[in-house]
Design a protein around this ligand. Structure first.
Ligand SMILES: NC(=O)c1ccc[n+]([C@@H]2O[C@H](COP(=O)([O-])OP(=O)(O)OC[C@H]3O[C@@H](n4cnc5c(N)ncnc54)[C@H](O)[C@@H]3O)[C@@H](O)[C@H]2O)c1
Ligand SMILES: N[C@@H](CCC=O)C(=O)O
Length: 515
C-alpha cells in the first residue's frame, strides 16, 4: 500500500553530518563539471556539433556542461518517436506509471544532496534554496503518483435502472513541456511527471541556462523504468525549437512555465489550427508575477520585516512569487521600512557554494543587465535606501536593493524585474493598501501581515491573487499543501501541486451501457 503523502522535509544544515554530506556532494559534482551531454530521443543518445554551454552564474569561467542542441529536424524526429510511444504508454496501467514516479522519487531522495549541488553550481542557488528545489521535485513525484491512483477509475456518476454510466479520464497525446531556469529541478520535473503519469508522452525542452540538471533527471526516470521514447530530451533555442513544436499539428498540449511575453506568444500560436491537426491544443501556462506584501497598522512588525526580506531576496528575487512590492499602511511605514533596510544590510551575498551565503548571483548577463537597468529606473522613481550596486566581473552579483516612497503606478511597481529589488509604497489605510496590491496585470501571490480579523477577511475575498498568505511571506508554496498558480497575466491558474492539476493533462470520457 502507498503511504499517505507527506512533503519532503528540508535539510537541517546545523547538523554536522548533513553539512558534511552536502560538502561531499559539492565535491562530487565539481569533479563532474565540464562534460558533454546528448539529446535523448527514443532512448538513443544524439550528439550535435552545436551545443548550449551551461555556466556557473557565480563564476562565469566555470563550465557546468555542454549540452547538445536540438534542431527542427531533431525535434521532428523526437515528435515522431513520442507519437509512436504514445500508443503503448497511453495503455500502460496508471499503477505502473505511478510506480515509476515513486521509484524515481526514491532514487532522487538517495541522491538528494548531489542534485542540490548541481543546482548550486548550475543555477547559483544557495544551499537552502537548492535543498528546497530538490525537495519540491521529490514532492511532485510523490504527490502526482498518488493523485493518479485516485483518478485512475474516474469519478462516479449517476445511473438509471437498466443503465450503467462510467466517467473516466484518458490521456491526451504528445505534450511539449517547456520549463524555466529558476526552479530548474522542481518545475521541470513536476511538469514532466504530471504529463507522464497521466499517460502522455513528452518532449522536454528545458531552459538553456539549466539543461544539465534536466539531463540528470531524464537519467533517473530511465533508471526508474520509464520506457524509451516516452520522454524525449530536446534542449534548444526557444525561438527555433520552441516555436516549431508549439506549432506542430501533432502537439496535443503544451505545459509552459516562464515569462509573460513567451507565455502569450505560445498561447496565441497554439490557438492556430495547422493543416493535419485534428484537435484544439491545450495550453497550461504558468507565467510571471508582481507580488506584494501588505502590512496593516495592527501587525507584528518584526514578522512583517522578516517576511518582506525573505520573500524579496530569497534566490536573489528570482521567483515568480517574490515580493517586489511592499505596501505599508502609513502609521507603521517608517518602522517597517527601517527594519527591512537594517535586515537587508545584514544579508550575506556571495558564492552560493558557501554554506553561510544567503544570496548568490542572478542567472546570467541578460538578467544582470536588465535588473541593473531597473535599478537605474528605480533611482528616478523612488528613494534608494540600500543596495543598488552590481558586480559582474566574476559572476552576476547584485546587492539586495530597497527603494522607498514609490508611486504605485511607477514602472518598478508594475513590471516584473525578477531580481533582488523591492519597492515600498505608502498606503493611507488598509483599503488603499488592497487597492494598490490589486493594481497590477498579474495575480500570482500576495501576503497580508495583520492582526485585524476583519481586514484579513476582507483580503481573503478582495486580494485578487492565486496564492494568498496571511501572516507569512509570499514565497515557498508546498506541493499538496499550497496548490500554486495565478490569475490574469500570471497564467492559466493551473494549480501545480494541487488536486485538480493532473486533470488538465487528460480528457474525460463518458461510457453509457444499457442492459
Ligand atoms: N507562475 C509560475 O509558476 C512560474 C514559475 C517559475 C517561473 N515563472 C516565470 O518565469 C520567468 C523566468 O523564467 P525564464 O526566464 O526561463 O522564462 P522565459 O519565458 O524566458 O523562458 C521559459 C522557457 O521558455 C522557452 N522559450 C523561449 N522562447 C520560446 C518560444 N518562442 N517558444 C517556446 N518556448 C520558448 C525558454 O527557452 C525556456 O525554456 C519569470 O517571468 C517567472 O515569473 C513562473
Ligand atoms: N512555487 C514557488 C515559486 C515558483 C516560481 O518561481 C514559490 O511558491 O515560491
Amino acid at each position: 500500500m502507498v503511504q499517505p503523502y507527506r512533503h519532503e522535509p528540508l535539510t537541517d544544515f546545523t547538523v554536522e553530518a548533513n553539512r558534511e554530506a552536502f560538502l561531499a556532494a559539492l565535491k562530487k559534482v565539481e569533479s563532474e563539471l565540464g562534460r558533454d551531454y546528448p539529446l535523448v530521443i527514443g532512448g538513443e543518445r544524439v550528439m550535435t556539433e552545436d551545443k548550449i554551454t551551461s555556466i556557473n552564474p557565480a563564476n562565469k569561467a566555470e563550465v557546468i556542461g555542454r549540452v547538445a542542441k536540438a534542431t527542427k529536424e531533431l525535434a521532428e524526429r523526437a515528435m515522431k518517436t513520442a507519437d509512436e510511444a504514445f500508443r503503448t504508454w497511453s495503455r500502460t496501467s496508471p499503477e505502473a506509471r505511478a510506480d515509476i514516479l515513486f521509484r524515481a522519487a526514491a532514487i532522487v531522495r538517495r541522491r538528494k544532496h548531489e542534485f542540490s549541488a548541481w543546482l548550486v553550481k548550475e543555477a547559483g542557488k544557495p544551499w537552502r534554496e537548492a535543498d528546497a528545489d530538490t525537495a519540491e521535485a521529490i514532492d511532485f513525484m510523490e504527490y502526482y503518483g498518488r493523485q493518479m491512483l485516485k483518478l485512475k477509475d474516474g469519478i462516479p456518476v449517476e445511473s438509471r435502472p437498466g443503465e450503467t454510466n462510467r466517467f473516466f479520464y484518458i490521456p491526451l497525446g504528445v505534450g511539449v513541456v517547456i520549463s524555466p531556469w529558476n526552479f530548474p529541478f522542481a518545475i521541470m520535473a513536476g511538469t514532466t511527471v504530471a504529463s507522464l503519469v497521466t499517460g502522455n508522452t513528452v518532449l522536454l525542452k528545458p531552459a538553456s541556462a539549466t539543461p544539465v540538471v534536466a539531463y540528470k533527471f531524464v537519467e533517473v526516470l530511465e533508471e526508474a523504468g520509464l520506457p524509451a521514447g516516452v520522454l524525449n530530451y530536446i534542449p534548444g533555442s526557444g525561438a527555433e525549437v520552441g516555436d516549431y513544436l508549439v506549432d506542430h499539428p501533432r502537439t496535443r498540449f503544451i505545459s509552459f512555465t516562464g515569462s509573460r511575453d513567451v507565455g502569450i506568444r505560445i498561447y496565441e500560436r497554439a490557438a492556430k489550427v495547422h493543416p493535419g491537426q485534428i484537435w484544439l491544443k491545450r495550453v497550461i501556462a504558468e507565467m510571471g508575477g508582481k507580488d506584494g506584501i501588505i502590512v496593516d497598522k495592527e501587525a507584528d512588525l518584526e514578522l512583517a520585516a522578516q517576511s518582506i526580506v525573505a520573500s524579496a531576496f530569497g534566490y536573489s528575487g528570482q521567483k515568480c512569487s517574490a515580493c517586489s512590492r511592499a505596501i505599508i499602511v502609513e502609521d507603521v511605514y517608517d518602522q517597517v521600512l527601517n527594519r527591512v533596510v537594517e535586515l537587508t544590510k545584514q544579508l550575506n551575498v556571495g558564492d552560493p557554494a558557501e554554506q553561510a551565503t544567503f544570496m548568490g548571483p542572478v542567472i546570467d548577463q541578460g538578467a544582470y543587465n536588465k535588473i541593473m537597468e531597473y535599478i537605474e529606473i528605480g533611482k528616478q522613481e523612488g528613494r534608494l535606501m540600500t543596495g543598488g550596486e552590481g558586480d559582474d566581473s566574476k559572476g552576476f552579483f547584485i546587492q539586495p536593493t530597497v527603494f522607498a516612497d514609490v508611486d504605485p503606478n511607477a514602472r518598478i511597481m508594475q513590471e516584473e524585474i525578477f531580481g533582488p529589488v523591492v519597492a515600498f509604497a505608502k498606503a493611507r489605510d488598509f483599503d488603499h493598501a488592497l487597492e494598490i496590491a490589486n493594481n497590477t496585470e498579474y495575480g500570482l501571490t500576495g501576503a497580508v501581515i495583520s492582526r485585524n480579523r476583519a481586514n484579513l477577511e476582507k483580503a481573503r475575498h478582495e486580494f485578487h491573487v492565486g496564492n494568498l498568505y496571511f501572516n507569512r511571506g509570499c514565497t515557498g508554496a508546498i506541493v499538496g499543501y499550497h496548490p500554486f498558480g495565478g490569475f490574469n497575466m500570471s497564467g492559466t491558474d493551473s494549480k501545480a501541486g494541487g488536486p485538480d492539476y493532473l486533470i488538465l493533462h487528460m480528457q474525460a470520457k463518458t461510457v453509457s451501457e444499457m442492459f
